[in-house]
Write a protein that binds this ligand. Structure first.
Ligand code: HAM
Length: 437
């Protein structure tokens, strides 16, 4: 190591570029979304699953697609270790890993559909900017074994409900069908020919993409491409009969649910596994940008691609970081509700063991209490209790009777003597109105 890089005491480190620390307020925001997701998963019948944060690289190469941006440019590949023949990568998304688990554990033997939910961090070597991170959180749901169309509508509606219950009421869904193996190949061939005729109008990046992943040109946000794409042939006009019937039926089910959606023939998604239904969630007015709040679709070929028997599937992933940003922007991010119900303070500043013991007993009863463990005057202890937002201060050592303490209601400004044996019951009673009142 060159001398300039010798580690020395006092060097300040930073979180890796594109990652952030979630400090308590922001962690509380994420917890709010995790709770919202868990509640909805339960209501809609999605059971929890966890998969490893890393998988064999091939799971993503095959699942997501080797020539997608996510795998080609953004995959965090782990340095191979000499003793292992495998190569691994951090998961850029959850669907491929969950499908791998479905095959590995023979979940096709369970009653279908198998509906699964996962919340956790994903990793993409993306160019960092606001709302685009190298580690970010998703809520992901997947339903295996149901060809739709009703479940497609159920899932689209579930995503909208998540945003609404999280506190965002201006989220729209864009919908498209991207066909399947029966109709897409012929369409793609025509699309490539159409772009080739206009090769001189294509920016260099897009000209290259035309050779590897032509569908992606359709959702390019480059101004020249947006204008050009307005006249491009559309897959929705070329769906085979079965895909057309499926798409019509998905729309009919959304109508029956009174879910409003906007058709977007240019929506193609950035992952290779999709068939038929594709959708993305945006805040109203932000559809033109690349910052979807979430997206998903059907992937009827994925399980087979990963070694399972042919199994239809559909799911979505919602971006929790972007949801937190949107909530904060609209002033809807709930404040952390972590003020203690009570703080245990003492007339004898030095008697910290007494305060700690009482707090420990109350915590054992399930109460959220803090003990003031600093050796300092009662006045200072009470001041801090007020600043912490505590509802009560429990003052020990002021009563002539050692079985009693003073219970001060810091909100109401009242105070009374109470037996220690009654304290937990009294705080529990007050606590139920403290948190829900
Ligand atoms: P995706 O569209 O790649 O789909 O990602 C879903 C959402 O994750 C995005 O809409 C966005 O909100 C969030 N997201 C993606 N990349 C980043 C990033 N770098 N920083 C912050 N947020 C990000 C999937 O991942 C598919 N697995 C969805 C799916 C599930 N399809 C079927 N089942």
């Amino acid at each position: 190591m060159p001398p300039s890089q010798t580690p020395r005491a006092g060097r300040a480190f930073q979180a890796p570029r594109g990652t952030r620390d979630l400090l308590p307020d922001e962690r509380a925001g994420l917890a709010h979304l995790e709770r919202t997701a868990a509640g909805l998963a339960r209501r809609y019948g999605y059971r929890g699953i966890e998969t490893p944060f890393f998988e064999q690289t091939e799971v993503f190469e095959r699942g997501v697609g080797a020539v997608t941006d996510i795998v080609e440019k953004e995959l965090f590949r782990l340095q191979p270790r000499t003793e292992d023949a495998e190569t691994w990568a951090l998961r850029p998304e959850a669907t491929a890993g969950i499908a791998r688990a479905y095959v590995q554990h023979g979940l096709h033997t369970l009653a279908q559909p198998v509906k699964l939910s996962l919340t956790g961090p994903m990793f993409r070597y993306d160019r960092p900017q606001a709302g685009r991170y190298r580690q970010f959180w998703q809520w992901d749901v997947e339903a295996f074994g149901d060809p739709g169309p009703a479940i497609d509508a159920e899932i689209v509606e579930l995503g909208l409900r998540f945003f609404r219950e999280a506190g965002l009421d201006d989220v729209d869904v864009l919908l498209n069908s991207i066909g399947d193996g029966a109709c897409r190949p012929a369409y793609v061939a025509d699309l490539v020919a159409w772009y080739r005729d206009r090769a001189d109008q294509l920016p260099p990046v897009e000209r290259q993409r035309l050779e590897t992943n032509p569908l992606r040109l359709l959702d390019s946000k480059a101004p020249a491409m947006v204008a050009l794409n307005a006249g491009a042939p559309r897959l929705v006009d070329r769906l085979c009969e079965a895909c057309q019937a499926h798409f019509d039926a998905v729309r009919a089910h959304l109508d029956a649910l009174r879910v409003g959606y906007r058709l977007d023939p240019g929506l193609v998604r950035g992952l290779d596994y999709y068939t038929r239904t594709a959708f993305e969630y945006y805040r109203r007015g932000a559809e033109g940008q690349q910052q979807a709040l979430g997206g998903g679709g059907r992937y009827d070929g994925l399980v087979e691609l990963l070694g399972g028997r042919p199994t239809p599937g559909i799911g979505f992933a919602l971006g929790l970081d972007r949801t937190i940003l949107a909530l904060r922007e609209s002033g809807r991010l709930p404040a952390a509700e972590d003020a203690p119900l009570a703080v245990i303070v003492g007339a004898d500043g030095a008697a910290t063991a007494e305060r700690l013991r009482l707090a420990t007993d109350l915590r054992a009863e399930g109460l959220p209490v803090r003990a003031d463990l600093a050796v300092r005057k009662l006045g200072r202890q009470l001041e801090t209790a007020g600043r912490d937002g505590a509802h009560f201060a429990v003052i020990v050592g002021e009563e002539p009777n050692g079985d009693h303490v003073q219970l001060r209601d810091l909100k109401a400004g009242t105070q009374r003597s109470i037996a220690i044996t009654d304290l937990a019951r009294e705080l529990k009673r007050a606590g139920s109105s403290h948190h829900h009142g």
